[in-house]
Structures are given as C-alpha cells and as structure tokens.
Design a protein around this ligand. Structure first.
Ligand code: G3H
Ligand code: 13P
Ligand code: ZN
Length: 316
C-alpha cells in the first residue's frame, strides 16, 4: 500500500528511521519489497532523476504498481530523490508519488528558500510533502560534484529560518556524510553534535540523512578480488551510528551505493566463477535474494524492522 511520507514520519520520529532505498530496475524492486517484508518494515522507495532517465518514468511507475499488487502487505511511500524544480513539478502533476525532494542546496540561501517555497506551494495543493536540503554534502549527486573542501555542514540557525520561510516538511542536513563510495578518508564520521544543535532549533521536525551507505570493506574486497578496481580505502557511515541519530530527529536515511555494491559483487563473482555462462537470470536471482537480505539487515540497524504492524494500525 502506498502511503504518504508524512504518515510514516509521524510513527517513526524518535523511534526509528525509515530506510529510503533507490531503485532503477526490476531486480532492485523485487529485492527491496522482499527485504522489507522479511524484516516487517515500512520503507520509502525513492527514484532519482537518473533512474527516471534510465528506466523511463512509465516503466518505473509500472514496476511499482505491479509490486504493490504482488506484495499487498507492504507499506511504503514513493519519493522523488534529488529533484530539481522541473522534475518536482512533473512528479507533482503526475499524482503518483507520495513526496518530492527539491534539492536547491547548491544555490545561495535566499534562492534555495525561494525555489523550495515554490515547490512546497504546488506540492501541498496536491497533498504531497516536500523534503528540502540545506548545507552541502560532498560527493556526487545527479550531475553535481562537490569536493570535500566545499562540503559544508548545515548551520542550525539557518536551518530554523529555512524551515520557517520555505514551509518544507522535512530537511536533509549535511552532518559529515557524502554520496558515493568514497565518503571518509581519515577518521571522520557523523557530526552528531551538529545534529543535536539542529534538533534543538527544530524539535519534532523530521530530519533526513543522505549519503548513508556503509561501503562495507568486505564488499569492496570481494569486488576487487573478482576483477574490480575500487579504491580499497573506500569507507562509509558506521551503521551502528544510526541508533544515535534517531533520537536526534533523523526519520529518513538514504541508502543507494551499498545496493550497487551488492549488485557489482554478485555479478562479478558469478561471471568470474562461471566464465562459460551468459544467462543473466542466474546472477539476477542471486542478487534479488542477497539484496533482500541486505535490506532486512539495514532495517535492523535503522530500527524500522518490526514496525510494519504499528504503522498499519496508525493508518486505520
Ligand atoms: O544521491 C544520489 C543517489 O544515489 C542517486 O544516484 O543520481 O546516480 O541515480 P543517481
Ligand atoms: P549513498 O551514496 O551513501 O548510498 O547515498 C544515497 C543518497 O543519499 C540518495 O539520495
Ligand atoms: Zn542523496
């Protein structure tokens, strides 16, 4: 059942973070639903502009509708990840998604507020909620690359002003994470002290953590042992830190890269071990099962596992 993102956040705040997982194809979609049901967790299925270009808007919508039918017990929201104004308006008009993210964080504050405000007005007219971003994460997102020295933590005073003036419903904050596989070079980690200051200014307001993949060392090593050439020092967010972020207001955690690593590892290993094979359905099956296990594991760490019935009860 597709629900609004706001309904999920209402139950989640302070108790768990909703896992927000990107999909681009059928295998990810099936693995995602099975992993969430395996762990009895509500979730957010999110679609980037890149995914809309890759798989086609209609194909993704068809996949999601089919999955809703195949897995009637699932409770999830459908969210546009890193939208620009044009993509947000397109999604709002389509009426299919639960919520949009307008990412105008690379503009100066006043422009970010003005753009977000315009999207909020259109979205709220249709009963949809809006996630905005303030501060600058490092890494690559859509077509924008931000290097570490230009990444900027979210300023708590600005966050309070931004939410009030833009009218957004949740806020993606920069607290040290970045997109992609290469997040931390030294001993950096989450800036939980900054998160606490933001929560103090915005009590009860849902905060979002992007760039939250863990980039497991073992996964990178297996990819490289099967012919990959990833930087072996790649490191992500310590998944045990999610439990510290939840009481500080984080209700949505975005994970994409880790799923890509599962895909890459499964396919590299399969074709290394079976060089004579060419039927992609064999590794596809392995991937779907492994991705489902991965999702179930992440939901344990986010503490969303086991909350499905509580969310269902809150909806009725
Ligand atoms: O933040 C970026 C997400 O991982 C989506 O990535 O734009 O390559 O689909 P993408
Ligand atoms: P990762 O690259 O850490 O998976 O982050 C994904 C993300 O933030 C999607 O919006
Ligand atoms: Zn992101």
């Amino acid at each position: 059942m597709i629900v609004t993102t706001a309904e999920l956040f209402k139950v989640a705040y302070g108790e768990f973070a909703v896992g927000a997982y990107n999909i681009n194809n059928m295998e990810q979609c099936i693995g995602l639903f099975e992993g969430n049901l395996q762990s009895n967790a509500p979730f957010i299925l999110q679609i980037s502009r890149g995914a809309r270009d890759y798989a086609r808007v209609k194909m993704l919508e068809g996949l999601i509708r089919a999955a809703e039918d195949i897995y009637p017990e699932a409770i999830f929201a459908v969210h546009l990840d890193h939208g620009n104004e044009e993509a947000c308006f397109d999604v709002i008009e389509s009426g299919f998604y639960s919520s949009v993210m307008i990412d105008a964080s690379h503009y100066p504050l006043e422009e970010n507020i003005a753009i977000t405000r315009r999207v909020v007005e259109r979205a709220h007219d249709k009963g949809m909620s809006v996630e905005a971003e303030l501060g600058m994460l490092g890494g690559v997102e859509e077509d924008i690359r931000v290097d570490e020295k230009h990444a900027m933590l979210t300023d708590p005073d600005e966050a309070e002003e931004f939410v009030e003036r833009s009218g957004c419903d949740s806020l993606a904050v920069a607290i040290g994470t970045s997109h992609g596989a290469y997040k931390f070079t030294g001993r950096q980690g989450l800036h939980l002290e900054r998160l606490a200051e933001i929560q103090e200014r915005l009590p009860g307001f849902p905060l979002v953590m992007h760039g939250s993949s863990s980039v497991p060392r073992e996964e990178v090593e297996r990819i490289n042992a099967a012919g990959g050439a990833m930087d072996p020092s790649a490191r992500g967010v310590d998944e045990d830190e999610f439990a510290k972020a939840v009481p500080l207001g984080v209700t949505k955690v975005n994970i994409d890269t880790d799923g890509r690593l599962v895909w890459t590892r499964v396919h590299r290993e399969y074709f290394r071990d079976h060089p004579e094979k060419f039927d992609f359905r064999a590794p596809g099956k392995i991937f779907m099962a492994e991705y489902a296990n991965f999702i179930a594991h992440k939901n344990q760490k986010l503490n969303s596992a086991g909350y499905l019935e509580k969310v269902r009860a809150a909806l009725t």
